[in-house]
Each structure stands twice: as structure tokens, then as C-alpha cells.
Write a protein that binds this ligand. Structure first.
Ligand SMILES: [Zn+2]
Length: 115
């Protein structure tokens, strides 16, 4: 499948193929992916509150905005507003803030050492 195809050719008439714009994920483009990757290289471990509190070292795969940017480009690109997060931690945070799964987020008690 060709990645790009010229649009100046014939258009298929018939099916009205209305271009459905992807929801505004445009800001999460190439530039962000690069910035994010660079940040994760420098901050490879999860920096979330939980991990810091419990001294956990989860491998971070997500760069989270500490203060939700809500489309504010200044916040979005402000690296002091970024934190590395493990996917699980990020999901937990999102669930906590959005109540996405409609269940209370309980702190886990599984970090006790058996010694
Ligand atoms: Zn974490």
C-alpha cells in the first residue's frame, strides 16, 4: 500500500468519501514523538507520585503532562510540566482523574517485603 498517493488524479465518484479528520491529535505529531522519546531517554523510570513514594522503579513508556494541557501549547511543550510514567501508572492516574472505569482506585498493599 502506497504511503502517499497523489490527490490530483481522478476522484472516485459514487461513494461520497467524506474525509473524516482524525480527532485533534495533530499536536501529538512527529515533533511530539521525538520530544517524548528524548525525554524518556533522559528519564527512563516512572516519576509518578506512587513510584517515588514507594521507591519503585518502573520502566516509563509514557510522557505525562503533570498539569493537563487541555490544548494549551505553552503547557504542552513545557518540559517542566512533563513526567515519565509507566503505562500502568499512567492508566491509573487517568482512571483516577477521569473515573474512567467507575471504580475507586485503591492503593495496593503489595509492596511489603517478606523479610
Ligand atoms: Zn509510577
Amino acid at each position: 500500500m502506497p504511503w502517499k498517493r497523489p490527490t490530483h488524479g481522478q476522484k472516485k465518484a459514487g461513494k461520497s468519501h467524506s474525509p473524516t479528520p482524525k480527532k485533534s491529535t495533530k499536536i501529538y505529531g512527529h515533533k511530539w514523538r521525538k520530544a517524548r522519546a528524548a525525554y524518556l531517554m533522559k528519564h527512563p523510570l516512572c516519576e509518578c507520585e506512587d513510584c517515588r513514594k514507594h521507591g519503585r522503579h518502573e520502566l516509563a513508556t509514557v510522557v505525562d503532562h503533570i498539569i493537563p494541557h487541555k490544548g494549551d501549547m505553552r503547557l504542552f511543550w513545557d518540559s517542566s510540566n512533563w513526567q515519565s510514567m509507566a503505562k500502568a501508572c499512567h492508566d491509573r492516574k487517568t482512571a483516577k482523574y477521569d473515573g474512567a472505569f467507575g471504580r475507586p482506585v485503591k492503593p495496593k498493599q503489595d509492596d511489603k517485603e517478606i523479610f
